[in-house]
Design a protein around this ligand. Structure first.
Ligand code: NAX
Length: 327
Protein backbone atom coordinates (compact mmCIF):
# COMPACT_ATOMS: atom_id res chain seq x y z
CA UNK A 1 0.00 0.00 0.00
CA UNK A 2 1.28 3.51 -0.84
CA UNK A 3 1.82 5.94 2.02
CA UNK A 4 -1.03 8.43 2.50
CA UNK A 5 -1.13 11.78 0.74
CA UNK A 6 -1.97 14.54 3.19
CA UNK A 7 -4.77 16.71 1.81
CA UNK A 8 -5.84 19.98 3.45
CA UNK A 9 -9.34 21.29 2.80
CA UNK A 10 -10.64 24.63 4.08
CA UNK A 11 -14.27 25.61 4.50
CA UNK A 12 -14.73 21.98 5.43
CA UNK A 13 -18.15 22.39 7.08
CA UNK A 14 -19.56 24.27 4.08
CA UNK A 15 -21.75 23.01 1.28
CA UNK A 16 -19.10 22.32 -1.37
CA UNK A 17 -17.11 20.30 1.12
CA UNK A 18 -20.16 18.26 2.06
CA UNK A 19 -19.63 16.69 -1.34
CA UNK A 20 -15.89 17.23 -1.82
CA UNK A 21 -14.63 15.47 1.31
CA UNK A 22 -16.51 12.30 0.49
CA UNK A 23 -15.22 12.29 -3.10
CA UNK A 24 -11.63 12.71 -1.91
CA UNK A 25 -11.99 10.03 0.75
CA UNK A 26 -13.55 7.58 -1.71
CA UNK A 27 -10.58 7.76 -4.06
CA UNK A 28 -12.17 9.87 -6.84
CA UNK A 29 -9.37 12.42 -6.69
CA UNK A 30 -6.15 10.47 -6.34
CA UNK A 31 -7.17 7.01 -7.52
CA UNK A 32 -8.34 3.72 -6.04
CA UNK A 33 -4.94 2.72 -4.62
CA UNK A 34 -3.92 6.00 -2.96
CA UNK A 35 -4.71 6.41 0.75
CA UNK A 36 -5.42 9.96 1.91
CA UNK A 37 -5.22 11.76 5.21
CA UNK A 38 -7.60 14.71 5.53
CA UNK A 39 -6.64 17.92 7.32
CA UNK A 40 -9.75 20.05 7.68
CA UNK A 41 -9.75 23.76 8.50
CA UNK A 42 -12.76 25.75 9.67
CA UNK A 43 -13.46 28.88 11.65
CA UNK A 44 -14.10 28.23 15.34
CA UNK A 45 -17.94 28.56 15.28
CA UNK A 46 -18.15 25.93 12.53
CA UNK A 47 -16.04 23.28 14.27
CA UNK A 48 -19.04 21.60 15.87
CA UNK A 49 -20.76 21.19 12.52
CA UNK A 50 -17.47 19.89 11.14
CA UNK A 51 -17.36 17.26 13.87
CA UNK A 52 -20.69 16.02 12.51
CA UNK A 53 -19.24 15.81 8.99
CA UNK A 54 -16.30 13.82 10.35
CA UNK A 55 -18.73 11.43 12.07
CA UNK A 56 -20.30 10.85 8.66
CA UNK A 57 -16.89 10.30 7.08
CA UNK A 58 -16.23 7.69 9.77
CA UNK A 59 -19.58 6.08 9.03
CA UNK A 60 -18.60 5.57 5.40
CA UNK A 61 -15.71 3.31 6.48
CA UNK A 62 -13.74 4.44 3.43
CA UNK A 63 -10.89 1.95 2.90
CA UNK A 64 -8.58 4.72 1.61
CA UNK A 65 -9.16 7.19 4.45
CA UNK A 66 -6.07 6.90 6.62
CA UNK A 67 -6.96 9.67 9.10
CA UNK A 68 -8.83 12.94 9.67
CA UNK A 69 -7.74 15.92 11.72
CA UNK A 70 -9.74 19.09 12.18
CA UNK A 71 -8.88 22.51 13.55
CA UNK A 72 -9.19 26.27 13.35
CA UNK A 73 -5.45 27.03 13.23
CA UNK A 74 -4.01 27.01 9.70
CA UNK A 75 -0.46 26.57 11.04
CA UNK A 76 -1.39 23.23 12.58
CA UNK A 77 -3.83 22.03 9.94
CA UNK A 78 -1.43 22.72 7.03
CA UNK A 79 1.49 20.95 8.68
CA UNK A 80 3.10 18.65 6.12
CA UNK A 81 0.26 18.84 3.61
CA UNK A 82 0.96 17.74 0.04
CA UNK A 83 -2.23 19.11 -1.49
CA UNK A 84 -4.42 21.98 -0.33
CA UNK A 85 -7.94 22.73 -1.55
CA UNK A 86 -8.81 26.22 -0.33
CA UNK A 87 -12.60 26.32 -0.53
CA UNK A 88 -13.57 28.47 2.46
CA UNK A 89 -13.96 32.13 1.58
CA UNK A 90 -15.97 35.16 2.53
CA UNK A 91 -19.05 35.51 0.30
CA UNK A 92 -20.25 38.88 -0.95
CA UNK A 93 -23.10 40.03 1.25
CA UNK A 94 -25.65 42.74 0.58
CA UNK A 95 -24.20 46.20 0.26
CA UNK A 96 -20.62 44.94 0.09
CA UNK A 97 -18.39 46.76 -2.40
CA UNK A 98 -15.76 44.89 -4.36
CA UNK A 99 -13.00 46.45 -2.27
CA UNK A 100 -14.67 45.18 0.93
CA UNK A 101 -14.94 41.71 -0.57
CA UNK A 102 -11.28 41.66 -1.59
CA UNK A 103 -10.24 42.94 1.82
CA UNK A 104 -12.33 40.34 3.69
CA UNK A 105 -10.86 37.58 1.56
CA UNK A 106 -7.38 38.99 1.96
CA UNK A 107 -7.84 38.47 5.69
CA UNK A 108 -8.33 34.77 4.94
CA UNK A 109 -5.91 34.07 2.07
CA UNK A 110 -2.96 36.14 3.28
CA UNK A 111 -2.49 34.18 6.53
CA UNK A 112 -3.33 30.90 4.80
CA UNK A 113 -0.64 31.57 2.17
CA UNK A 114 1.83 32.28 4.92
CA UNK A 115 0.83 29.17 6.87
CA UNK A 116 1.29 27.03 3.75
CA UNK A 117 4.65 28.66 3.15
CA UNK A 118 5.81 27.85 6.66
CA UNK A 119 4.28 24.44 7.28
CA UNK A 120 3.26 22.59 4.10
CA UNK A 121 5.35 19.79 2.57
CA UNK A 122 7.96 20.77 -0.01
CA UNK A 123 5.86 19.34 -2.84
CA UNK A 124 2.66 21.17 -1.88
CA UNK A 125 0.17 22.08 -4.62
CA UNK A 126 -2.60 24.54 -3.81
CA UNK A 127 -5.93 24.93 -5.59
CA UNK A 128 -8.19 27.86 -4.73
CA UNK A 129 -11.93 27.34 -5.21
CA UNK A 130 -13.21 30.05 -2.84
CA UNK A 131 -14.25 33.24 -4.62
CA UNK A 132 -12.97 35.56 -5.99
CA UNK A 133 -10.85 32.48 -6.74
CA UNK A 134 -8.23 33.93 -9.11
CA UNK A 135 -7.40 36.90 -6.93
CA UNK A 136 -7.57 34.87 -3.72
CA UNK A 137 -5.00 32.57 -5.33
CA UNK A 138 -2.85 35.59 -6.17
CA UNK A 139 -3.01 36.73 -2.53
CA UNK A 140 -2.09 33.28 -1.19
CA UNK A 141 0.73 32.88 -3.75
CA UNK A 142 2.16 36.32 -3.01
CA UNK A 143 2.31 35.53 0.69
CA UNK A 144 4.12 32.23 0.19
CA UNK A 145 7.47 33.31 -1.26
CA UNK A 146 9.17 29.95 -0.64
CA UNK A 147 6.62 27.94 -2.62
CA UNK A 148 7.16 28.00 -6.40
CA UNK A 149 4.49 30.18 -7.99
CA UNK A 150 3.28 27.51 -10.37
CA UNK A 151 2.05 25.49 -7.37
CA UNK A 152 -0.86 27.93 -6.97
CA UNK A 153 -3.86 27.40 -9.22
CA UNK A 154 -7.45 28.65 -9.17
CA UNK A 155 -10.52 26.74 -10.24
CA UNK A 156 -12.05 27.38 -13.66
CA UNK A 157 -12.71 23.71 -14.31
CA UNK A 158 -16.36 24.11 -13.36
CA UNK A 159 -16.71 26.68 -16.14
CA UNK A 160 -14.87 24.30 -18.49
CA UNK A 161 -17.17 21.41 -17.61
CA UNK A 162 -20.24 23.63 -17.99
CA UNK A 163 -19.07 24.72 -21.45
CA UNK A 164 -18.41 21.11 -22.52
CA UNK A 165 -21.91 20.11 -21.41
CA UNK A 166 -23.54 23.03 -23.26
CA UNK A 167 -21.68 22.34 -26.51
CA UNK A 168 -22.47 18.62 -26.30
CA UNK A 169 -26.17 19.37 -25.74
CA UNK A 170 -26.32 21.87 -28.62
CA UNK A 171 -24.73 19.44 -31.08
CA UNK A 172 -26.63 16.39 -29.82
CA UNK A 173 -23.35 14.73 -28.85
CA UNK A 174 -21.88 13.05 -25.83
CA UNK A 175 -19.60 15.08 -23.58
CA UNK A 176 -16.98 12.44 -24.44
CA UNK A 177 -16.97 13.72 -28.03
CA UNK A 178 -16.13 17.32 -27.05
CA UNK A 179 -12.40 18.10 -26.97
CA UNK A 180 -10.15 21.14 -26.76
CA UNK A 181 -12.53 23.62 -25.23
CA UNK A 182 -10.86 26.47 -23.35
CA UNK A 183 -11.85 28.90 -20.63
CA UNK A 184 -9.76 32.07 -20.63
CA UNK A 185 -9.51 34.81 -18.01
CA UNK A 186 -11.24 35.22 -14.68
CA UNK A 187 -13.69 32.92 -12.90
CA UNK A 188 -16.36 35.60 -13.13
CA UNK A 189 -19.01 36.76 -15.58
CA UNK A 190 -16.22 38.10 -17.84
CA UNK A 191 -14.67 34.65 -18.38
CA UNK A 192 -14.36 33.62 -22.02
CA UNK A 193 -15.40 30.09 -23.00
CA UNK A 194 -13.69 29.55 -26.38
CA UNK A 195 -14.96 26.96 -28.86
CA UNK A 196 -12.80 28.04 -31.81
CA UNK A 197 -10.28 25.22 -31.25
CA UNK A 198 -12.84 22.73 -29.99
CA UNK A 199 -13.90 19.64 -31.86
CA UNK A 200 -17.04 17.56 -31.51
CA UNK A 201 -16.63 13.97 -32.65
CA UNK A 202 -13.50 15.09 -34.52
CA UNK A 203 -15.26 17.92 -36.41
CA UNK A 204 -14.34 21.55 -35.75
CA UNK A 205 -16.96 23.07 -33.45
CA UNK A 206 -17.20 26.35 -35.45
CA UNK A 207 -18.59 24.29 -38.37
CA UNK A 208 -21.37 22.96 -36.14
CA UNK A 209 -22.57 26.09 -34.34
CA UNK A 210 -23.03 29.64 -35.57
CA UNK A 211 -21.70 32.90 -34.24
CA UNK A 212 -25.18 34.08 -33.19
CA UNK A 213 -25.63 31.05 -30.93
CA UNK A 214 -22.14 31.55 -29.52
CA UNK A 215 -22.70 35.19 -28.67
CA UNK A 216 -26.30 35.25 -27.53
CA UNK A 217 -26.71 31.81 -26.03
CA UNK A 218 -23.55 29.87 -25.25
CA UNK A 219 -21.38 32.60 -23.75
CA UNK A 220 -24.00 34.11 -21.44
CA UNK A 221 -25.27 30.69 -20.44
CA UNK A 222 -21.82 29.52 -19.33
CA UNK A 223 -20.94 32.88 -17.79
CA UNK A 224 -24.24 33.11 -15.88
CA UNK A 225 -24.61 29.44 -14.98
CA UNK A 226 -23.75 30.01 -11.33
CA UNK A 227 -26.52 32.62 -11.03
CA UNK A 228 -29.00 30.31 -12.80
CA UNK A 229 -28.27 27.58 -10.26
CA UNK A 230 -28.75 29.96 -7.34
CA UNK A 231 -32.05 31.03 -8.91
CA UNK A 232 -33.25 27.43 -9.28
CA UNK A 233 -31.79 25.80 -6.18
CA UNK A 234 -31.81 28.70 -3.76
CA UNK A 235 -28.14 27.96 -3.06
CA UNK A 236 -24.95 28.13 -5.09
CA UNK A 237 -23.42 25.25 -7.04
CA UNK A 238 -21.99 22.78 -4.60
CA UNK A 239 -21.74 19.21 -5.92
CA UNK A 240 -20.62 20.41 -9.36
CA UNK A 241 -18.04 22.73 -7.79
CA UNK A 242 -16.77 19.85 -5.67
CA UNK A 243 -16.62 17.66 -8.78
CA UNK A 244 -14.63 20.29 -10.66
CA UNK A 245 -12.23 20.63 -7.72
CA UNK A 246 -11.70 16.86 -7.82
CA UNK A 247 -11.23 16.94 -11.62
CA UNK A 248 -8.66 19.75 -11.44
CA UNK A 249 -6.59 18.18 -8.66
CA UNK A 250 -6.79 14.70 -10.21
CA UNK A 251 -5.54 15.97 -13.55
CA UNK A 252 -2.84 18.12 -11.92
CA UNK A 253 -1.50 15.10 -10.02
CA UNK A 254 -2.18 12.25 -12.44
CA UNK A 255 -2.04 14.07 -15.82
CA UNK A 256 -4.46 15.03 -18.58
CA UNK A 257 -5.67 12.76 -21.39
CA UNK A 258 -3.37 12.47 -24.43
CA UNK A 259 -5.98 13.76 -26.86
CA UNK A 260 -7.36 16.70 -24.89
CA UNK A 261 -6.58 19.66 -22.68
CA UNK A 262 -8.34 21.21 -19.69
CA UNK A 263 -8.80 24.76 -18.38
CA UNK A 264 -6.76 25.76 -15.36
CA UNK A 265 -6.19 29.18 -13.81
CA UNK A 266 -2.43 29.44 -13.45
CA UNK A 267 0.07 32.28 -12.95
CA UNK A 268 0.46 33.88 -16.37
CA UNK A 269 3.91 33.71 -17.96
CA UNK A 270 2.80 36.27 -20.54
CA UNK A 271 1.48 33.64 -23.00
CA UNK A 272 -1.16 34.97 -25.42
CA UNK A 273 -0.51 38.52 -24.23
CA UNK A 274 -2.02 37.82 -20.79
CA UNK A 275 -0.21 40.12 -18.34
CA UNK A 276 2.47 38.24 -16.47
CA UNK A 277 1.81 37.36 -12.83
CA UNK A 278 -2.00 37.44 -12.70
CA UNK A 279 -3.67 34.07 -12.19
CA UNK A 280 -5.72 33.58 -15.30
CA UNK A 281 -7.42 30.65 -16.99
CA UNK A 282 -5.65 28.99 -19.93
CA UNK A 283 -5.91 25.75 -21.86
CA UNK A 284 -3.40 23.47 -20.15
CA UNK A 285 -2.03 19.95 -20.29
CA UNK A 286 -0.39 18.16 -17.40
CA UNK A 287 2.33 15.57 -17.46
CA UNK A 288 4.59 14.35 -14.66
CA UNK A 289 2.71 16.50 -12.15
CA UNK A 290 3.52 19.79 -13.91
CA UNK A 291 1.14 21.75 -16.10
CA UNK A 292 2.00 23.53 -19.35
CA UNK A 293 -0.02 26.24 -21.03
CA UNK A 294 -0.93 25.01 -24.52
CA UNK A 295 1.06 27.10 -26.98
CA UNK A 296 0.61 28.15 -30.58
CA UNK A 297 -3.18 28.56 -30.79
CA UNK A 298 -4.50 31.19 -33.19
CA UNK A 299 -6.53 33.79 -31.36
CA UNK A 300 -9.07 35.52 -33.64
CA UNK A 301 -10.25 39.10 -33.14
CA UNK A 302 -13.43 38.04 -31.36
CA UNK A 303 -11.50 35.90 -28.87
CA UNK A 304 -8.83 38.58 -28.46
CA UNK A 305 -11.40 41.13 -27.30
CA UNK A 306 -12.98 38.72 -24.84
CA UNK A 307 -9.66 37.54 -23.39
CA UNK A 308 -8.43 41.11 -23.03
CA UNK A 309 -11.63 42.18 -21.23
CA UNK A 310 -11.44 39.36 -18.69
CA UNK A 311 -7.71 39.72 -18.05
CA UNK A 312 -8.17 43.50 -17.65
CA UNK A 313 -10.57 42.70 -14.81
CA UNK A 314 -7.90 40.51 -13.19
CA UNK A 315 -5.35 43.30 -13.52
CA UNK A 316 -7.81 45.67 -11.82
CA UNK A 317 -8.33 43.17 -9.00
CA UNK A 318 -4.56 42.86 -8.66
CA UNK A 319 -4.23 46.64 -8.38
CA UNK A 320 -7.00 46.70 -5.77
CA UNK A 321 -5.39 44.05 -3.56
CA UNK A 322 -2.01 45.69 -4.05
CA UNK A 323 -3.36 49.00 -2.80
CA UNK A 324 -4.86 47.19 0.19
CA UNK A 325 -1.39 45.85 1.01
CA UNK A 326 -2.51 42.24 0.53
CA UNK A 327 0.19 41.34 -2.00
P1 NAX B 1 -20.34 27.81 2.34
O1 NAX B 1 -20.65 29.18 2.86
O2 NAX B 1 -21.36 26.74 2.43
O3 NAX B 1 -19.02 27.29 3.07
C1 NAX B 1 -17.89 28.05 3.25
C2 NAX B 1 -17.24 27.59 4.52
O4 NAX B 1 -15.99 28.26 4.66
C3 NAX B 1 -18.07 27.91 5.78
O5 NAX B 1 -18.30 26.71 6.51
C4 NAX B 1 -17.18 28.89 6.54
O6 NAX B 1 -17.28 28.73 7.95
C5 NAX B 1 -15.80 28.49 6.02
N1 NAX B 1 -14.76 29.51 6.22
C6 NAX B 1 -14.89 30.85 6.20
N2 NAX B 1 -13.74 31.44 6.49
C7 NAX B 1 -12.84 30.45 6.69
C8 NAX B 1 -11.47 30.44 7.06
N3 NAX B 1 -10.79 31.56 7.27
N4 NAX B 1 -10.86 29.24 7.18
C9 NAX B 1 -11.54 28.10 6.98
N5 NAX B 1 -12.85 28.06 6.68
C10 NAX B 1 -13.48 29.21 6.52
O7 NAX B 1 -19.85 28.04 0.85
P2 NAX B 1 -19.70 26.99 -0.33
O8 NAX B 1 -20.97 26.91 -1.08
O9 NAX B 1 -19.09 25.75 0.18
O10 NAX B 1 -18.68 27.78 -1.28
C11 NAX B 1 -17.35 28.01 -0.90
C12 NAX B 1 -16.68 28.98 -1.85
O11 NAX B 1 -16.62 28.45 -3.17
C13 NAX B 1 -17.40 30.32 -2.00
O12 NAX B 1 -16.43 31.35 -2.00
C14 NAX B 1 -18.03 30.21 -3.36
O13 NAX B 1 -18.27 31.48 -3.94
C15 NAX B 1 -16.99 29.45 -4.10
N6 NAX B 1 -17.39 28.82 -5.36
C16 NAX B 1 -16.44 28.72 -6.34
C17 NAX B 1 -16.71 28.13 -7.55
C18 NAX B 1 -15.65 28.02 -8.60
O14 NAX B 1 -15.93 27.49 -9.65
N7 NAX B 1 -14.42 28.51 -8.40
C19 NAX B 1 -18.06 27.61 -7.87
C20 NAX B 1 -18.90 27.36 -6.64
C21 NAX B 1 -18.75 28.38 -5.56
O15 NAX B 1 -19.49 29.52 -5.92
Amino acid sequence: MKSPVRVAVTGAAGQICYSLLFRIASGSMLGPDQPVELRLLEITPALKALEGVVMELDDCAFPLLAGVQIGDDANQVFDGVNLACLVGARPRTKGMERGDLLEANGAIFKPQGRALNDHAADDVRVLITGNPANTNALIAMSNAPDIPRERFNALTRLDHNRAVAQLAAKTGSSVNDVKHLSIWGNHSATQYPDVFHATVGGRPAPELVDQAWLESDFLPRVQQRGAAIIEARGASSAASAANATVDHMRDWVLGTAEDDWVSMSVPSDGSYGVPEGIISSFPCTVSGGAYSIVQGLDVNDFSRGKIDASTAELVEEREAVRSLGLI
